[in-house]
Design a protein around this ligand. Structure first.
Ligand code: AHG
Ligand code: MN
Ligand code: MN
Length: 350
């Protein structure tokens, strides 16, 4: 049956009343993003019938083989946003450099940066995948990479679309984290999860355990203590879940609490981490904080990091406050011992 809820566009239009200077461009931009995600969802759902599975012969600038769907999703975002007059420039995981809006096309004040297809290794196995996006502002007409390098606190909007059993869009414009479910009967995202709140306590974590021997001591200590179960210092039984698509792993924790971590490990020192700051860590950190959680590298609040490069990688640890406090305390103690800096401060961890 049809849901009599608020559509995504209606919700954004109403939210825009908070900003008296708003021109309506933001609503239109969000609409174009939603259309792009609906098109990706349609391709994802057809799978092999639409010939969208498998790999291309190309690598992206990060040395990862591009899947056919990575490329299609990226092209859909470009096609639906480049000529609409709302963005000044775009950037994505799948493009080495900033995508400049063609000459003679009107430009808006927004910078759109995205991970077109997150969890690429799940594409061919019909597993959950997603799209992540972050919106920044600029007054430049021809922005360069430098204009994108703004702290996460400057994001005006962040969101993800999860192509799971249902297609869901989850977003924040700085006033809570809200979830919308795609109603395929009418082709609209409907507000189904207003003001999502991450439960502060949990007994579930998501981490790639195969990297255990490579983690830094504070992360290993935390997981080892969880794994000791009822007999250990945590006195409860924990569960481990790892989908391998951060959109899904973080969506789960926003819904029922938990922890998501891709921490620093000794194989990642040179790269700086596994996940990318501008289009994975920052938007997810904004969503998690707006839902009442904490997001950190272990030592620094993710949203306070000063970005240095478009494709910069960072360690990511985020989730329920009670667990995050233990992890941050572990890092703080280790930092003191190892002579490292610890600066994480946020509303829930002073
Ligand atoms: P992407 O598909 O955009 O490259 O991102 C995949 C990321 C993230 O979503 C996921 O949590 C992580 O890579 C999985 O890493 P492992 O393969 O090491 O488990
Ligand atoms: Mn990704
Ligand atoms: Mn990706």
């Amino acid at each position: 049956m049809t849901h009599f809820g608020v559509t995504l566009s209606q919700f954004i239009m109403e939210e825009q009343r908070r900003f008296p200077e708003a021109t309506g461009n933001f609503t239109l931009l969000l609409n174009d993003i939603a259309v792009s995600c609906k098109m990706i969802a349609a391709a994802v759902q057809k799978g092999q019938l639409a010939n969208v599975l498998g790999a291309t012969d190309n690598e992206n600038c990060q040395g990862e083989t591009q899947q056919i769907l990575d490329v299609i999703a990226n092209e859909l975002f470009i096609k639906n946003n480049a000529n609409r007059g709302h963005v000044a420039a775009m950037a994505s995981e799948e493009m080495d450099d900033v995508f400049n809006i063609p000459e003679n096309v009107p430009r808006g004040n927004y910078l759109l940066i995205f991970d077109p297809l997150d969890g690429s290794s799940n594409i061919d196995i019909n597993g959950p995948i997603g799209t992540i996006f972050s919106i920044l502002k600029t007054d430049k007409k021809n922005p360069t990479e430098e204009d994108f390098l703004q702290e996460g606190t400057k994001q005006v909007c962040a969101g993800y679309c999860l192509y799971g059993s249902a297609t869901m869009m989850v977003l924040t414009i700085g006033y809570g984290t809200h979830g919308f479910t795609l109603d395929p009967a009418i082709g609209e995202f409907i507000l189904t999860h207003p003001n999502m709140q991450i439960p502060s306590s949990t007994a579930e974590y998501a981490i790639n355990q195969a990297n255990r021997n490579l983690w830094e001591p504070p992360m290993r200590k935390y997981i080892d203590e969880c794994d000791l179960g009822v007999e250990g210092p945590r006195k409860k039984k924990f569960t481990m879940r790892w989908v391998g698509a951060m959109v899904m792993d973080i969506h789960r924790l926003i819904q029922r609490g938990g922890l998501f971590a891709y921490p620093m490990d000794s194989s990642l020192t040179e790269k700086g981490g596994r996940l990318r700051l501008m289009y994975e860590a920052n938007p997810m950190a904004f969503l998690v904080e707006q839902a009442g959680g904490i997001a950190s590298t272990g030592y620094e609040r993710i949203l306070d990091l000063a970005p240095e490069k478009l494709h910069q990688r960072v360690p990511v640890i985020m989730g329920s406050t009670d667990e995050m406090k233990i992890i941050l305390d572990n890092h703080k103690a280790f930092a003191k011992e190892a002579g490292k800096e610890f600066t994480h401060q946020c509303k829930s961890y002073a």
